[in-house]
Design a protein around this ligand. Structure first.
Ligand code: MG
Length: 253
C-alpha cells in the first residue's frame, strides 16, 4: 500500500504555530473526522441531483419565485455559505427544521447508495477515534450510514443541526463553528485529521492546526460544486495529502 503523496511538514504549521505533527502521530493514533457525501460514498450520482431538485422545488414554493430564480438562489447560497439552508434562514426567515424535513425525504435513497467494499473494510479497520462531520441533516446521515453498513463505525455524528455559533447556523467551512465542535467534543485539534472532498472545508481545518486529507475518489469523473474545474493533480498549501482510496489512511496510523 502506498502512503499518502505528501503530508503537511511539521516545520510548516498553519499561521506560524509550532504544531509538532510528527510527534502527535507517533504518540497516539489520529482522531479522524470524516465528511459524508462524496467522501464515503458517491453522492453526486446517488443524491445530489435529487437533493438539488427538492431544494429548488422548496424555494420555488416557499419564496414564490420562478423555477429559474429558485435554482439560482439555491446555488448562490450554497456557494456563498457552504449550505443553501444558511442563506434561506438568514435572508428569508426559513425555519431549518422545516427545510430539512421537506427536502431530504429522498424516497428509495438507499438502493442508489454505493461505497466500494475495500473502502468500507479500510474504514472499519482504521485505528483511532472516528467522528462524522457533515453539512447534511442528522436523519439523512443516519439513513446513509445504515445503508452503507457503517452505523457502528462512528462514535459521534455532527450534522448541520449541531453547527451553530451563538444560535446562528454556521456549517462547514466556518472555522468558528469547527472550533466550537472541537471544544464540545473535547478534541485537541493537532490530533485531528479531517478527510473531505471539499477543499474550502480543509482550509478552515488547517487554520485550526488539524491535518487535512483531500479525498478525490468521487471527484475524478464526477466533479461537484466547488470542485468543478479544480485541478485534481495540484495540492493547495493547506492540504496535507490527496487520496483516492480510504485504504491510504492506514499509512497515517
Ligand atoms: Mg462532501
Amino acid at each position: 500500500m502506498r502512503p499518502p503523496a505528501r503530508r503537511c511538514a511539521p516545520s510548516q504549521p498553519p499561521e506560524g504555530e509550532a504544531a509538532d505533527l510528527g510527534a502527535a502521530r507517533r504518540q497516539d493514533p489520529p482522531i479522524w473526522l470524516f465528511d459524508l457525501d462524496n467522501t464515503l460514498h458517491d453522492a453526486s450520482r446517488a443524491v445530489f441531483w435529487r437533493l438539488n431538485g427538492a431544494m429548488t422545488d422548496y424555494i420555488e414554493a416557499e419564496l414564490q419565485v420562478s423555477r429559474e430564480e429558485a435554482d439560482a438562489l439555491r446555488l448562490h447560497y450554497w456557494r456563498r455559505y457552504g449550505a443553501t439552508l444558511m442563506g434561506l434562514e438568514r435572508h428569508h426567515g426559513i425555519r431549518a427544521a422545516h427545510f430539512l424535513a421537506q427536502t431530504h425525504t429522498l424516497p428509495g435513497l438507499e438502493r442508489d447508495l454505493h461505497m466500494p467494499p475495500s473502502h468500507r473494510a479500510a474504514l472499519k479497520r482504521l485505528r483511532g477515534r472516528k467522528i462524522l462531520l457533515t453539512n447534511a441533516p442528522a436523519e439523512y446521515a443516519k439513513r446513509v450510514l445504515t445503508a452503507l453498513d457503517l452505523s457502528d463505525c462512528f462514535e459521534a455524528v455532527v450534522s448541520i443541526e449541531g453547527m451553530r455559533v451563538f444560535g446562528e447556523l454556521r456549517p462547514k467551512p466556518d472555522a468558528r463553528s469547527l472550533r466550537v465542535v472541537l471544544a464540545r467534543l473535547k478534541l485537541p485539534s493537532h490530533r485531528c485529521v479531517l478527510v473531505e472532498d471539499t477543499v474550502a472545508n480543509l482550509r478552515s481545518a488547517r487554520r485550526l492546526r488539524m491535518r487535512t486529507v483531500w479525498m478525490q475518489h468521487y471527484l475524478k469523473d464526477n466533479p461537484h460544486g466547488p470542485e468543478a474545474g479544480l485541478a485534481l493533480h495540484g495540492k493547495p498549501s493547506w492540504v496535507c495529502a490527496r487520496i483516492r482510496s480510504l485504504r491510504s489512511l492506514h499509512a497515517w496510523t
